[in-house]
Design a protein around this ligand. Structure first.
Ligand SMILES: [Mn+2]
Length: 335
């Protein structure tokens, strides 16, 4: 990523009167934190601002406190032709879901993202796979705009930073320096982070216990580095928030015998959204891309329309070193 693209993004944003900021579908703290941090700063400057995402139909409950200005609007309120459209943390246009068509109709588009699988899109592309989170790039843009942070913007940035780095485990020196700046701006890390990362309804504990009980270790998978996988059934996906369901993989990944952890979430009878994690020796983004998904080397995901056994078979093949060149792992995707 170039200094020029950050400067170009800052210039467009500073001059904009009306800005539409989009997060990816099923937005996480990095996507919404990025969009809201920019949105709050731009609103402060007097611009008309809205933040939106195509689905689901409401904000993740734990992230609602970040939207102090009430910037999030339903997708129906996104203009058909936005003046300036900013895509945040979306690895590809398709990650904007039903709002991806707004890229073509917008007066100008800025893309801010840190996914290695991002092919590049938009008029201005702030894309840096070395950045730990998209909020790191948003921070650079805000600095280039000469914007003071303020506690509300700082909280949005911190939320994205702490979650995408799993509590700063994957954060480099720059990200730690940014964190120090955010705390100095007034962020209370424990008060901010606990509701986002460490708070679940009591009923979730039993459901989590079930998911862990169903865990299966396959030591020979992933080229002998090991795969541990489990499922979250439709009833639990429907009953609990993404804050609960998406946390299962963080427990599963602690299995020492497996390099790769996979949680298969049933979102419809024959539709599974799979979260993949690795400790770094296996590139799970490469496996996810083979299965139509994407992500990062150590954290990725894909969606499969198939029965559970077929999804698992496709996953095992996608994780095998070299085999993907001779076997199409998608061949069993649609039964
Ligand atoms: Mn991110």
């Amino acid at each position: 990523m170039t200094r020029e693209s950050v400067a170009a993004a800052a210039e467009r944003l500073a001059a904009a009167r009306d800005v539409t900021l989009l997060a990816h579908v099923n937005p996480d703290a990095d996507a919404l934190g990025s969009a809201l941090a920019l949105g709050i700063a731009l609103r402060r400057r007097g611009a008309t601002v809205r933040v939106a995402f195509a689905e689901p139909d409401r904000m993740p409950e734990s992230l609602v406190p970040l939207d102090v200005c009430g910037l999030v609007v339903p997708p129906a309120e996104v203009p058909a032709a936005a003046e300036l459209l900013v895509a945040c943390d979306a690895a590809a246009p398709a990650r904007l879901g039903a709002l991806a068509d707004r890229l073509a109709t917008a007066g100008a588009t800025v893309m801010i993202d840190h996914h290695a699988s991002n092919p590049g899109f938009g008029d201005v592309q702030v894309l840096d796979p070395a950045a730990e989170a998209t909020v790191v790039l948003v921070h650079r843009v805000l600095v280039a705009m000469g914007e003071p942070l303020g506690v509300d913007v700082a909280r949005c940035l911190y939320a994205g930073l702490v979650t995408d780095t799993r509590g700063f485990r994957t954060a480099g020196p720059d990200a730690h320096r940014i964190a120090a700046e955010l705390v100095a701006a007034g962020v209370d890390p424990e008060a901010l982070v606990r509701p986002i990362m460490d708070t679940h309804p009591y009923a979730w504990l039993a459901a989590l216990g079930g998911a862990l009980e169903r865990a299966v270790l396959e030591p020979a998978a992933a080229g002998g580095l090991g795969l541990v996988h489990t499922t979250v059934p439709l009833a639990d996906v429907a009953r609990f928030r993404t804050e609960e369901v998406d946390g299962v993989v963080d427990v599963l990944r602690t299995a020492a015998e497996a390099e790769v952890a996979a949680v298969l979430k049933q979102v419809a009878p024959d539709r599974w959204v799979t979260s993949l994690r690795s400790t770094g020796r296996v590139d799970v983004a490469a496996a996810a891309i083979r299965l139509g998904g994407g992500g990062h080397r150590a954290a990725a995901g894909f969606t499969c329309d198939a029965g559970l056994d077929d999804v698992l078979a496709a996953l095992r093949r996608a994780l095998e070193p070299d085999i993907h060149r001779s076997v199409d792992p998608l061949s069993t995707q649609v039964p």
